[in-house]
Design a protein around this ligand. Sequence first.
Ligand code: NI
Length: 426
Amino acid sequence: MNNFVISGVKMLKPSGEVEIANIHVSGDKISKITRGEVTHDHIIDGKDKFATPGLVNAHTHASMTLLRSYSDDKSLMDWLQKDIWPVEAKMKRKDIYWGAALAAIEMIRGGTTAFADMYGPCMEEVAKIVAESGLRGSLSQGLISFADGDKKLASNVELYKNFHGAADGRIQIMLGPHAIYTCPPDYLKKVAVEASKLGAEIHIHMNETQTEIEESIKIYGKRPFEVILDTGLFENGTLAAHCVHLSDSEIEIIKSKKIRVAHNPGSNLKLASGIAPVKKLLDAGITVALGTDGASSNNNLDMLEEIRLAALIAKVESMNPLAVPANQALKMATEYGAAALGLKNVGKLEVGYKADIVLWEMSGVEWQPNYNPASLLVYSANSSSADTVIVDGKILMQNRELKTLDAEKILAEFKACANRLTGKDS
Ligand code: NI
């Protein structure tokens, strides 16, 4: 059983204050937080380290790492239809596995401890990587109604039955209807019925581009959230990625159905989708988490970048430098991220919470002078400061050394898969 103390570490408290403390870990939980001298058989020295809850990537497509730098600088639809979907159609089981394995390395090295993934088929391969890496994963199969839509739904249901709660509860399964433009209302009704039978939550892309809204109004006479509200899809708990273009009545639907939003600033900027009204959503009491989206629309899985972008963009979007201060941006990637994924007792450094902890190395010059570690993490540091990553009390990386994954082997297998798929030589 895991049993150790992180001693004398600067710790981010849920209140946003920072204090020097000893974090005691027993099993999968934070069992005690003490001050002053500590003696223990297993001590991790917390000197010059900043302890935060693990970062939660609330929207990604992990195996899309395979398509990083394959196609850039295009409109969302051109990019998806002409470049991405044709290559994805060729992906085999092993591609999903090695793509997710590389993503897991990137996430752990950047201080991410949990992620919400939508991809597939073969999401059981991503589940395997979650189990092996020690990360937490909320996985869903991306469902598109045309070309075997019913079969895909059945396979997502199967995934739920086989994996929900697996790996000591680190694996959660959601149903993943891709978006309104790939899943018409009749299909979403079927997904809603299956979700309600299982008690499964939903992960979906919503209101990402202006075109999506215009099409919805043209075809259904209503905006996307209004169309989907009538299908019953929002009844079991929903994680909605993007939510860039929203009317006031859609914000009301998000609020009343307790829909959690995954804001993806990097992807929204790169695809020129627009800027989500994050301050307005947070002010309305809506849970807004952060995600990277897939690595080919970002182009990395670096959550610290998303935290910084979220804080900066929200200020410009609201023309208010007080909007989304550093501590709130950090909460979006930790506490709110955990809530967005439906994780219980995750996302805070507090006694009784899961020991999902990142220790950031603060000896680098970008951390000096060190008046406010939270501000330094958000506005100054980069993700290579992640030194030690702990999930469920288990150490996945220490002194930047990976403990659960073989990076060399993964990189070789990953490159072979990417080159075969794209017909290029990297
Ligand atoms: Ni996405």
